[in-house]
Every structure is written in C-alpha cells, then in structure tokens.
Design a protein. Structure first.
Length: 331
C-alpha cells in the first residue's frame, strides 16, 4: 500500500468534552456517558480499490487507526510503542503522514518482529524498551475488547511484548475493526485466551489450564511448519477457551492463569487501555473510553476512502472522507 505523501501536522485538537451525564448503562460502577466532541481532523487517505467485504474490513481498520493516531500520537509524543497485527500498518502509515519533521526526533519501540519491520521499512527511528522503559503512547490492535476495555490479545502470539509496552506507556490505545467490539470477551474471538508458556513446561501448564476450566485448551500449532508456534521469545502458546461466566471476570481469570508455573504471559489485558477505537462498516468510528463513555465519530457514509487531494503548504484541503461533527447516539 502506498504511503501517502508527507503532510504537515494536522489540527490535533483533543476532544472537547460536552458530557451528557445521564447514566444509560452501568459498567464497573460507572455510568456510560455519550459525549460530543469537536470535529476531529479530516482523514486524507490514499486511493484504494472498489469495495469488497475484505476491503470494508480493511478500511474499517484504517479509519480506526488513523483516528486514533490523530488524537493520541501528538507532537509531544517522542517515544512511541508500535503494536502488532494487521491493523497496525495503518497506524504506522498515519504516523509517517505526520511528516519527516514531526518524526525526526521520535523513537519507535516494536512489540514484535513484524512491527520492527514496519518501523524500519517506514524509515522511522527504531529503539528498544531496555533503552526506553517509559513510553509516551503505545497503539496496538486487539482480538476482542469488552465493555470495560478488557482485551484479548495474542492472536499473533505477540502478547508478552505487547503487554510490556502497553504497561510502559503513559497512554495505551487500542485500534480495531467493528468485529472486535464486544460486551463479553470470548464471544467473537472463540479460539481462546492465548497463554505464552515456557517450552519445557507446556504439558504441565496445559493440564492445569484444563483443570482451571478450559478442557478444550490446546497447544497452538504452526500453519506452515511442522510443530507448534514459537513466539518471538522462543516460547509456545496455549489457546484456552473458557466459559462465558469465567470470561465475564477476566481479571480474576488472568490472576489465576498467571499463577501457574511455566506461564510467561497471558493475553488478557485488564484495566490497561485508555480508549479503544473501532472502525465501523458505515464509516463511523466508535470510541470506548476507560471511564465508560462511548463516543461515535461520524466520518461519512462510506468507510471506503476515495481519491484525495493533498493540500498546499502541508495543510489538509480537499478531503473526500470528511470527519463530520460527532453524532450522539445510543448503542
Ligand atoms: O494481539 C495481537 C498480536 O499478538 C494483535 O494485536 C491482535 O491479534 C489483533 O490483530 P489484528 O489487528 O490483525 O486483528
């Protein structure tokens, strides 16, 4: 996919919260509030082909990624964590579009081999978490996100490093397409909770995970290699589907799984994300915030970006996908 020509900094104004206080739904003892925000900066995407189901999903990922980058990868962010998966290339694409000047004194920390490649290929400065243990922001994908921003991660077996960078960042932001937006974890992503385990311990951990309530948990096998998936850290991965009742309390499950000897990291990210951005089929972006607010950003009727014209002097001018004023609606 072509990287769009460099543009200067868009108007990166932060949401102008006009809060509607009526409690519409309870989450974690907090009321869900629907908020109105100022118009986000317009998207200015490159050409893509005629829609098909696949490209609608891809366009939804891009909408989410670009909106999140515009709002959270701000000029003052100098140390930036880059997640893994198929949504993250759009994050890097949008960061590159902020321009060489903006990126020249930034360092980017990868969560995987894949994201290291993305950083290097985009000619961004590569760093490591042992040099930069404190990050300004990390932006990453997710396999599923529940009502209170708990996430399943690790579909790509990168969740150890992803969790380290999520935790190390002042702000952790999730970007995904609409299929990942859920009320209870495990409803959409049914293959189970990814659990990274030391190779030596996998059989014992698997047995314990069965006893813990996931009788169908399995060792993840590679697709184009005989034998199991081996993570970037040289470990194996167990995929453990748990019953809905257990998935309704992912933090308790996380603690129990982490106590098993041989478990390196669990792909349950609890109480970590500040916001999750979901690109929708209708071209809007749903933003779930950590405090229970749900925002709908309307970017127009189609999620398929059309041809664009880059503005002069580095400013956005004609935009075929305009981010209109945010609409308030119940979900
Ligand atoms: O956790 C991950 C990798 O370990 C990814 O973030 C997750 O699998 C989502 O990927 P995608 O953006 O392709 O849906």
């Amino acid at each position: 996919m072509p990287i769009p020509p460099a543009i200067l900094t868009p108007d990166l104004s932060t949401p102008n919260a006009t809060v509607y206080p009526s409690p519409l739904r309870q989450t974690l003892g907090q009321s869900v509030q629907y908020i109105k925000t100022s118009t986000p900066p317009p998207l200015n995407p490159p050409d893509i082909k005629v829609p098909s189901p696949t490209t609608i999903i891809e366009a939804s990922k891009r909408l989410a990624a670009w909106t999140a980058v515009d709002r959270h990868v701000l000029p003052e962010c100098k140390v930036i964590g880059i997640g893994s998966g198929s949504t993250v290339p759009y994050v890097v694409e949008r960061i590159v579009a902020q321009g060489k000047e903006m990126n020249k004194d930034r360092v980017f920390i990868p969560t995987s081999f894949q994201s290291k490649e993305l950083i290097v290929n985009a000619q961004l400065l590569l760093g490591d978490v042992d040099q930069y243990p404190a990050l300004d922001v990390t932006v990453d994908g997710a396999d599923e996100v529940d009502e209170t921003l708990n996430c399943i991660k690790g579909g790509g077996a990168c969740h150890l490093r992803e969790k380290v960078l999520a935790e190390a960042a002042d702000t952790f932001i999730v970007v995904a397409d609409y299929r990942k937006n859920s009320d209870v974890l495990g409803k959409n992503f049914t293959q189970g909770v990814p659990i990274e385990v030391a190779q030596f311990a996998y059989a014992k951990v698997l047995q314990n995970v069965h006893l813990l309530g996931s009788p169908n948990a399995v060792l993840r096998m590679a697709k184009s290699k005989a034998g199991p998936v081996v993570t970037d850290n040289g470990n194996f991965v167990i995929d453990a589907p748990f019953p809905e009742e257990m998935m309704k309390d992912p933090y308790t499950l996380l603690k129990r799984l982490k106590m098993l000897t041989g478990v390196v990291e669990v792909g349950l990210f609890c109480h970590m994300a500040k916001a999750a951005y979901f690109g929708n089929q209708d071209g809007s972006v749903t933003v779930k915030w950590h405090d229970g607010r749900i925002e709908s950003v309307d970017s127009g009727s189609s999620p398929i970006p059309k041809a664009n014209e880059n503005g002069k002097n580095g400013k956005h001018h004609a935009h075929n996908v305009q981010m209109r004023n945010v609409s308030i609606r119940e979900m």
